[in-house]
Ligand binder design. Structure first.
Ligand SMILES: Nc1nc2c(ncn2[C@@H]2O[C@H](COP(=O)(O)OP(=O)(O)OP(=O)(O)O)[C@@H](O)[C@H]2O)c(=O)[nH]1
Ligand SMILES: [Mg+2]
Ligand SMILES: [Zn+2]
Length: 399
């Protein structure tokens, strides 16, 4: 047995022990969140925030939010890449509970897939996000231990360690992270060619978000049926292929490119990211006949989507694996990123930076700037450079 396996076994044992040692309550004490919801007859999605998410932060007592802001915690949200399906199953086997996968989250409640059926679950009052480094207790994709109570209703006893996830740094305290989707292994960045218009800077922001979350990034440019000719799209976006990202041009309307995209999602757990209206839900419904997700026309005036999908939901993908449809989330890439770190996400530009005459060259007006020269010569893609400078400026505003 290797050292690594030994260590892993030991950690597993400890976790199993911790779960077994937790005091079991006979009566279920509801936490504040559950109390707030207890008059609800059944599942009801709540009013989402502007990103379409119902954040746990919003239900914290006001002074708790203040306390967290004052009190810089030493705990940093962490993933445990070693965990896999077998480990989760092994932990569940040692308990009287069932293993579930959270597929939808709302305040104090969630839906989990347990033994092949999806049920509403309350979240045990004793569970807290405090000390985990995350701001929310459960997220879509979490593996959980569930006990059954009442007819067809579960209770989340424990949230098992997360292997990976899409998280964004808390804007109050960058040590804390709000987790948007847990245990995903790749991100499908969806943009549309038109309606809303292709926006390279946003693709870059998502790429940075994926890299900072250690997620493999796949890029999809949808609505190519609206392009005058496909060659125009190919030329504009081939830079991403040059950078080594898998790139798919699709149309949810005509079916163009969907087989290839579907193959890229097969057997993976994929979180979709992209502006409202680009066609995330349409693509999923078009690739998987079993999914019939709500979609909505883009506003004719503003060419923007209407936030039709209001929260992250996880679905089994018919070809194998899972997909997480999300509302148009935007800001997870940059929070907590320092201006000088930005270049790390632009290897295509970084290659030239070292050749600039001045060490502190801003690549804006300085003589002897190798980056400017490379842009002029077409060695650096002009769109990439533009988005780099825009993001550089945006980060200095955030500092
Ligand atoms: N022409 C064209 N329209 C499309 C395509 N894909 C989606 N649409 C349309 O674009 C609109 C928005 O699609 P949605 O699937 O709701 O977009 P979304 O990304 O899920 O948006 P949110 O849920 O708001 O984040 C709908 O009217 C779709 O019919 C496409 O490939 N071509
Ligand atoms: Mg949608
Ligand atoms: Zn320079």
């Amino acid at each position: 047995m290797t050292n690594k396996t030994k260590k892993r076994k030991k950690r597993l044992k400890k976790l199993q022990q911790e779960v077994a040692d937790k005091p079991q309550r006979k009566t279920i004490r509801h936490n504040t969140a559950v109390n707030q919801e207890k008059h609800r007859v059944d599942w009801q999605p709540l009013e989402p925030d502007e990103d379409g998410l119902v954040a746990d932060r919003r239900i914290m007592p006001r002074d708790e939010t203040d306390r967290r802001a004052d009190n810089v915690t030493a705990v940093t949200a962490a993933f445990d890449a070693a965990f896999d399906d077998n480990d989760w199953a092994a932990i569940a086997d040692d308990t009287p509970y069932l293993l579930g996968v959270v597929v939808e989250v709302s305040r104090g409640l969630c839906k989990a897939e347990v033994d092949g059926r999806v049920m509403v679950c309350d979240i045990r009052g004793i569970l807290t996000a405090e000390g985990t480094g995350f701001t929310n207790i459960v997220a879509v994709g979490d593996r959980v231990l569930v006990s059954l109570h009442e007819e067809e209703r579960g209770l989340i006893q424990e949230v098992l360690p997360r292997r990976s996830g899409l998280a964004r740094a808390d804007s109050f305290d960058v040590h804390l992270k709000q987790i948007l989707a847990a245990n995903v292994n790749q991100m499908l960045i969806v943009a549309s060619w038109l309606d809303p218009q292709f926006w390279p800077r946003l693709v870059d922001e998502y790429l940075i978000g994926a890299a900072r979350n250690n997620l493999k990034a796949i890029i999809c440019v949808n609505k190519v049926d609206l392009a005058a000719d496909i060659g125009e799209v190919e030329t504009a976006v081939s830079i991403y292929q040059d950078l080594g990202y898998p790139l798919y041009l699709t149309s949810a309307d005509t079916g163009y490119g969907l087989d290839a995209l579907s193959a890229a999602l097969k057997d993976q757990t994929t979180v979709l990211a992209g502006l409202s209206g680009v066609g995330k839900s349409s693509l999923l419904s078009a690739m998987d006949a079993g999914l019939d997700l709500k979609t909505n026309a883009v506003s004719e005036k503003r060419h923007e989507g209407k936030h039709t999908t209001t929260q992250a939901n996880m679905y089994p993908f018919s070809a194998g694996g899972y997909v997480v449809d999300t509302p148009g989330i935007r800001d997870f890439g940059l929070i907590g990123l320092h201006q000088e770190e930005l270049i790390d996400f632009y290897p295509d530009i970084a290659d030239y930076v070292v050749q600039c005459r001045f060490n502190d060259c801003t690549h804006d007006h300085e003589p002897g700037c190798a980056v400017q020269t490379a842009v002029a010569d077409g060695q650096i893609n002009a769109w990439r450079f533009k988005s780099y400078t825009q993001l550089f400026g945006k980060l200095s505003d955030l500092d």
